[in-house]
Write a new protein. Structure first.
Length: 107
């Protein structure tokens, strides 16, 4: 398209989610389900991974939703972890199960 854009000018749902959880609870813990970019963004704001008693369960887009990870996420939310999903749109360009569909199945 002829656009010259620097990487630092891009703002993704992963970066927005990482900033949100960090502003809510700086340097907290999270159980993250999603692509590597989401894990990286959460780590880069100072969050640590925790699959036992995290401050947040963060659900993003991925090609590999794992039954075991989803079961862990539900249990952690039931034990009090806050729940954040990165992508609320119901449809997209890919045939992937959308994050919104998975997030709404929790209700």
């Amino acid at each position: 398209m002829g656009l010259n854009v620097e990487e630092s000018d891009l703002w993704t749902s992963s970066l927005a989610t990482a900033k949100f959880v960090h502003t809510q609870r700086p340097f907290g813990t999270a159980f993250v389900i999603g692509q590597a970019s989401l894990h990286e963004a959460i780590h880069n704001v100072g969050y640590r991974s925790d699959d036992r008693a995290p401050d947040y369960v963060v659900l993003g887009e991925t090609q590999d939703y794992s039954f075991d990870e989803m079961t862990t996420a539900v249990r952690l939310i039931e034990k009090g972890a806050h729940f954040v999903a990165t992508n609320p749109e119901p449809t997209g360009q890919s045939p992937l199960v959308r994050c919104r569909v998975v997030a709404h199945s929790r209700r």
